[in-house]
Design a protein. Structure first.
Length: 87
């Protein structure tokens, strides 16, 4: 199990990124949340099986116009349940 915090930059706000991330995460059994940041980027916190979390990050990057992403992963640390969009 792993926890990854990701900042996605590019054309990621106003294009359904958060809702797509939420749907993809729920389908994969990944827990966490996603939120827009004031600078136009999107922050994702994903916790689950390492391969599934990595796949989620890759799929989101390929599906949207992600120009840059910063990924920081560590062993699972929150014990989260469910996946939500934070406002």
């Amino acid at each position: 199990m792993t926890t990854c915090e990701v900042i996605f930059k590019g054309r990621v706000q106003g294009v359904g990124f958060r809702y797509t991330a939420c749907d993809m995460a729920r389908e994969s059994g990944i827990c966490g949340w996603v939120t827009n940041l004031p600078d136009g980027s999107v922050q994702l916190l994903a916790e689950g099986e390492e391969a599934l979390v990595e796949d989620l990050i890759s799929r989101l990057s390929a599906h949207f116009s992600v120009r840059e992403k910063k990924v920081c992963c560590s062993p699972a640390r929150y014990g989260l349940t469910g996946f939500t969009v934070k406002y």
